[in-house]
Ligand binder design. Structure first.
Ligand code: S3P
Length: 166
């Protein structure tokens, strides 16, 4: 099977949905953020604080380069994966790129009170999400092979929609 790669904004549900698909199909899930944290032996927040976002982005690209050739995996990416142009062909080489599209309300519900995402540690989180989404939405659209609307749907129905494209 071609790998499935989930892309989308923070809090759209990538990790949860990846885990559920993997469970249903008895496949392995790769959660990029967790893998990067494991490889670096420190949290994403610490990587951002100690070495900056640019360094974190280079770790993401390096991870994608090393993921070439993997098979039968459900891969959950970090929300900023599409912000580096070189990542797009790497994503397509790895598998089918599925964009989980979510609106600001959906995202806000999932990231409320979150302290682990350095880019959302700001006073007006909703305003920050809105402005970041404006920039990123076209990037997700451009990178996607398939677009799945996540807002207003249950995890179960999103999982079924992803499985239907396999
Ligand atoms: C980021 C998203 C995060 C994580 C990092 C940066 C982003 O992953 O990679 O905090 O730039 O959107 P999630 O999308 O899993 O929250």
């Amino acid at each position: 099977m071609n790998n499935i790669i989930l892309i989308g904004f923070m809090g759209c549900g990538k990790s949860t949905i990846a885990r559920e698909i993997a469970k249903k199909l008895d496949l392995k899930v790769i959660e990029m953020d967790s893998e990067i944290e494991r490889e670096e032996s420190r949290s994403i927040s610490d990587i951002f604080a100690e070495d900056g976002e640019g360094y974190f982005r280079s770790l993401e690209t390096s991870f994608l380069e090393r993921a070439q050739g993997k098979r039968n995996k459900i891969i959950s990416t970090g929300g900023g994966i599409v912000t580096v142009e070189d990542n797009i062909p790497l994503l397509h080489n790895i598998g089918t790129v599925v964009f989980l599209q979510a609106d600001v309300d959906h995202i806000m519900k999932n990231v409320k009170g979150d302290t682990k995402r350095p880019l959302l540690q700001t006073e007006d989180v909703e305003e920050k999400i809105t402005s970041m989404l404006e920039i990123r939405e076209p990037l997700y659209m451009g990178a996607a092979d398939v677009i799945i609307q996540a807002s207003g749907k249950t995890i179960e129905s999103i999982v079924d929609e992803v499985i239907a494209i396999l």
